[in-house]
Design a protein around this ligand. Structure first.
Ligand SMILES: *Cc1c(COP(=O)(O)O)cnc(C)c1O
Length: 393
C-alpha cells in the first residue's frame, strides 16, 4: 500500500477516536522523525511525553533484542529478573517501598484509586472512599479514571460516571480546606497539569496540600504519568516541591515507548494489596520491564535529568523572547521540558504551519501550544523551532 492507500484504509478500519494528521510516520532517530515521503520532522511531541530518550535508542533496542531471545512473557505467578531489578531501582530512587506494574497510565491510576479505597477498607473505615481531584485534570479514559478527570468534554456521553469523586480548582488551598473531611480517602493530583494546559502550582502550594492531607489522614496521590522520568528537571516532579506523596503513578516515559504503567506506594499503604486483590496479565512482563530498566540506567548514566533541566531553562528563555516580541503570545509557563505557550490565536493552525516547516508540536485546550520534546533535545533544535515559531507568529 502506498501512503495515500494506507491513510485511506486506516480511516476505514481503525476506530475514529483520533483526529490524525495525514502523514505516515516510518522511522525515527533521536529527536527526528521521518514520514513515508522522506520528509523529516524535529519532534517536540515525543509521542506525548513518552520517548524521553528519543527514537530508535540503540541501548533500548539492544535490551529488547536480548530479552526477546530469552523470554517475552510469563505469568506473575513466577519471578523474573527484569521486573525485580526495575522495581528495585524505582524504589531506590523514589519515596516508595513497593511497585505494582500494569500497562498504561489509566491502569496505574485505577490501581492507585483501588489501593487507596482498599487501605481504608482494611482499617474498617469502609465509608471513607471519596477522592478529591482537580478541575481541568486528566487521569485517563477508563470508567474510574474518567470519573476522576475534571474535564466535562472528556466525560460527555459516558454517564453515569463512578460515584465518590469530588472536584476543586487546582492551586487553590482554600477550596481543598473546605472540601476535605473525614470521609476523604485521597487527594489525587497532577503536580503540573499537562493536558489541562501546562498549569503549574504556586510555590508552597504542595507543602500546604501535604499538611492538610496529614491533618485529616487522607492519602496524597501524585499522578506523575506525564511529569515523571525526568520531564520536569527532576526524576520525579514531587522532588521540585519538597514533599513526598503516599502513592505515585507512572506510565508514559517509563519504558520510552513500550506500554507500561506503575503504581508506587509506601509500605503501610501497599500492604492493602494482598494476593488476589488486584492483578494484570501483562503487568511487569519481562520484555517491557527489560526496556524500562535500560531507560532508568540510561537516564542515570547519561545524566539525562540534568540535561533536561538545562535545556528547559534555555527553552523557556527563548519562549519568553517570543512573548516579548509578539503581542499574540499571552503566557509562557512550565517547568523543565514540560512547557506551554498560551496564544491569542488558533493553536491547531500554528501546529499545522509548524508541521509544514518540519516541526512537530502539540496544541491543547484550543490555544495553548505544548512543548514536550525528548529530553535529549539539543540547543540547536530548540533554536530552530524558535525561529520557525518566530516567523509563523
Ligand atoms: C497520559 C496521561 C494519563 C493516561 O495515560 P494512558 O496511558 O493514556 O492511559 C493519565 N494521567 C496523566 C497525567 C496523563 O498525562
Amino acid at each position: 500500500m502506498d501512503t495515500n492507500e494506507t491513510i485511506n484504509k486506516a480511516d476505514q478500519v481503525i476506530a475514529k477516536t483520533y483526529k490524525r494528521f495525514p502523514v505516515l510516520m516510518t522511522k525515527g532517530k533521536e529527536a527526528t522523525l521521518w514520514d513515508s515521503e522522506g520528509r523529516s520532522y524535529t519532534d517536540f511531541v515525543a509521542g506525548i511525553a513518552v520517548c524521553n530518550l528519543g527514537h530508535a535508542h540503540p541501548g533500548i533496542a539492544r535490551a529488547l533484542s536480548d530479552q526477546a531471545k530469552k523470554l517475552l512473557h510469563v505469568s506473575n505467578l513466577y519471578y523474573t529478573s527484569p521486573q525485580t531489578e526495575l522495581a528495585s531501582l524505582l524504589v531506590e530512587k523514589s519515596f516508595a517501598d513497593r511497585v505494582f506494574f500494569c500497562n498504561s497510565g489509566a491502569e496505574a491510576n485505577e490501581a492507585a484509586i483501588k489501593l487507596a479505597r482498599k487501605y481504608f477498607n482494611d482499617k474498617k473505615e469502609e465509608n471513607r472512599y471519596t477522592i478529591i481531584t482537580m478541575e481541568k485534570s486528566f487521569h485517563g479514559r477508563t470508567m474510574a479514571t474518567l470519573s476522576a478527570t475534571g474535564q466535562d468534554k472528556i466525560k460527555a456521553g459516558f454517564d453515569p460516571g463512578l460515584e465518590g469523586f469530588e472536584f476543586i480548582p487546582f492551586n487553590n488551598i482554600d477550596a481543598l480546606q473546605k472540601k476535605i473531611d473525614p470521609s476523604t480517602c485521597a487527594v489525587l493530583i497532577e503536580p503540573i497539569q499537562g493536558e489541562g494546559g501546562v498549569r503549574c502550582p504556586d510555590p508552597g502550594y504542595f507543602k500546604k496540600v501535604r499538611k492538610i492531607c496529614d491533618k485529616t489522614g487522607a492519602l496524597l496521590i501524585f499522578d506523575e504519568i506525564q511529569t515523571g522520568m525526568g520531564r520536569t528537571g527532576k526524576l520525579f516532579a514531587y522532588e521540585n516541591f519538597g514533599i513526598e506523596p503516599d502513592i505515585m503513578t507512572l506510565a508514559k516515559a517509563l519504558a520510552n515507548g513500550l506500554p507500561i504503567g506503575a503504581m508506587l506506594a509506601r509500605e503501610e499503604i501497599a500492604e492493602a494489596f494482598g494476593p488476589g486483590t488486584h492483578a494484570s496479565t501483562f503487568g511487569g512482563t519481562p520484555i517491557v520491564t527489560a526496556a524500562s530498566l535500560e531507560v532508568l540506567k540510561t537516564i542515570h548514566k547519561e545524566k539525562i535529568v540534568d540535561h533536561a533541566l538545562n535545556m528547559g531553562k534555555y527553552f523557556i528563555k527563548q519562549l519568553n523572547y517570543l512573548k516579548e516580541k509578539h503581542a499574540c503570545v499571552e503566557d509562557v509557563r512550565g517547568i523543565g521540558l514540560l512547557l506551554g505557550m498560551k496564544i491569542n490565536a488558533d493553536g491547531d493552525l500554528i501546529v499545522k504551519k509548524c508541521m509544514e516547516k518540519g516541526f512537530l508540536i502539540n496544541s491543547i485546550q484550543g490555544n495553548i501550544l505544548r512543548f514536550i520534546p525528548p529530553l535529549i533535545i539539543k540547543k540547536e533544535e530548540i533554536d530552530a523551532l524558535i525561529s520557525c515559531l518566530d516567523s509563523i507568529l
